[in-house]
Design a protein around this ligand. Structure first.
Ligand SMILES: Nc1ncnc2c1ncn2[C@@H]1O[C@H](COP(=O)(O)OP(=O)(O)OP(=O)(O)O)[C@@H](O)[C@H]1O
Ligand SMILES: [Mg+2]
Length: 230
């Protein structure tokens, strides 16, 4: 469904992602790794926000290597960055409505669905997004991305900095989004234990290099350590 072949990327000549291969089906696919491993760089590259230094990216049988971010978004790829991802000076409802610029289904119908998924957003619909708490902003960023009716959703550490109760709720929501909306999820995560609760397969990034892709159900601590190279 979504495939990256030998991709390389980084910042002004510094290579961060080194020849990473990735093939994601209809599943929850977790990208694990420590601080600075390259998770954010990889997801931003897949969303076509960072130029490729090498390799190819394919989405539903189509070569999207040279497409611009808004073109991959129109094809069904939504991206929720690690920070921000919302418009601070728009209300919660307006933020959701921005997401509906992509897709053809009625905007109201989609807003209702997102509020059903994240009821807190309904209560907050008239509040300015810049005044939301950390957890509420993460929900809004995710809701805005889902307004695009994506086929694939790239989530970059959606629960970083959230209290444990929010973390649990959020991980359940991610699984629910995958199951009920048939959205493929690529989840960058430091919290390996939580990611393994909901992921079908995992890959560990280490200094921009990828481990073999492992089945979450068959993953042993030894294999995980091998991936992290500890
Ligand atoms: N804008 C940038 N310019 C230059 N180097 C960068 C930039 N962003 C990230 N890097 C470097 O790229 C490497 C990978 O960073 P990245 O943010 O992708 O890691 P990460 O796995 O997402 O880490 P974290 O878990 O802390 O979010 C790091 O060495 C970082 O210093
Ligand atoms: Mg990151």
């Amino acid at each position: 469904m979504f495939e990256a072949k030998g991709i390389r990327s980084g910042y002004s000549g510094v290579t961060v992602i080194r020849d990473v291969d990735l093939s994601v089906e209809r599943e929850v696919f977790a990208v694990l790794g420590a601080n600075g491993a390259g998770k954010t760089t990889l997801l931003a590259t897949l969303a076509r926000l960072i130029p490729l230094m090498g390799g190819e990216i394919w989405f539903n049988g189509r070569d999207v290597t040279k497409l611009r971010p808004w073109e991959t978004a129109a094809l069904g790829l939504a991206y929720v960055p690690q920070e921000k991802g919302i418009f601070a000076d728009l209300t919660v409802l307006e933020n959701l409505q921005v997401g509906a610029m992509i897709g053809t289904r009625s905007r109201e119908e989609r807003v209702d669905e997102i509020i059903e998924l994240f009821p807190d957003l309904g209560e907050l619909r008239t509040q300015m997004a810049g005044t939301l708490s950390g957890g509420e902003s993460r929900m809004l960023a995710c809701g805005r991305a889902l307004m695009q009716d994506p086929k694939i959703l790239l989530l970059d550490e959606p629960t970083a900095g959230l209290s444990p109760i929010y973390v649990d709720v959020f991980f359940e929501k991610i699984r629910e989004i995958h199951k009920t909306r048939d959205v493929t999820i690529v989840l960058a995560e430091q919290n390996a234990a939580k990611a393994l609760e909901i992921a079908d397969r995992v890959m560990v990034l280490n200094l921009g290099e990828a481990s073999e892709v492992l089945d979450a159900a068959e993953l042993t601590t030894e294999k995980l350590k091998e991936g992290y190279r500890i």
